[in-house]
Design a protein around this ligand. Structure first.
Ligand code: FMN
Length: 203
């Protein structure tokens, strides 16, 4: 059933943490049987700012072959997972720029009825992970989306600890096993719920 579910995982990442979560989400969605597109949003930061951090320069080089997102990736999808670093407690402007190009799809009603979920990374444990995910959810409401958070629907959630969406504290190093498992679970759950909705609507 899940093979009829299309998933777009759309992310922004400066230094690779959110990208790692996005890759784990791809694994989770594929394992659930979905068709998956991994898409990055365009980098808009001035080069002189990027150049201040070697990890940023390196990450951009490492992900040069990841396709950039287009509106079609949202239109095609039954499930859209958004990943973004926390920026002063909010989603990164790079992701917002893309989201604000979706007006025509919204106007035609093409964003409604899809499953949406989000994940993030911040540098510090209380650095705004939940506010970032909830800020994205404001937009999902406007789209008429079906918000599917991970909640505590898997034992890994009691370890990773964020029912709003997978979150990583980058100041503690790269995402570890528990966080990556949580990202896989979040994607799998979104696929399973989308599959059930699709099955119900064609019955
Ligand atoms: C402009 C800016 C604002 C940031 N704001 C916060 C913040 O509010 N809280 C926090 O913990 N980290 C903050 N950070 C750190 C990033 O959220 C953190 O480095 C993140 O994990 C990067 O993810 P990435 O490796 O996928 O780029 C900020 C970084 C930048 C550049």
């Amino acid at each position: 059933m899940s093979e009829f579910v299309n998933v777009s995982i759309i992310y922004y990442s400066s230094t690779g943490n959110v990208y790692s979560l996005a890759q784990a989400a791809v694994e989770g969605a594929e394992k659930a049987g979905a068709q998956v597109r991994l898409r990055k949003v365009a980098e808009t930061t001035p080069q002189e700012v990027i150049d201040t951090r070697d990890e940023w320069v390196q990450h951009l080089q490492d992900t040069a072959d990841v396709a950039e997102v287009h509106l079609d990736d949202v239109e095609w999808a039954d499930v859209v997972l958004f990943g973004t670093p926390t920026r002063f407690g909010n989603p990164a402007s790079q992701l917002r720029v893309f989201m604000e190009t979706t007006g025509p799809l919204w106007f035609q009603g093409n964003l409604a009825g899809k499953v949406y979920s989000a994940f993030t990374a911040s540098n510090t444990p209380h650095g705004g992970q939940e506010s970032t995910i909830l800020a994205l959810a404001n937009t999902f409401y406007h789209w008429g989306g079906i918000i599917v958070p991970p909640g505590y629907t898997d034992p890994v959630q009691f370890q990773s600890g964020n029912p709003y969406g997978t979150s990583h504290v980058a100041g503690e190093g790269a995402p570890g096993d528990v966080t990556l498992q949580a990202a896989r679970h979040q994607a799998r759950r979104a696929v399973e719920i989308a599959a059930a909705i699709k099955a119900g609507s064609t019955a």
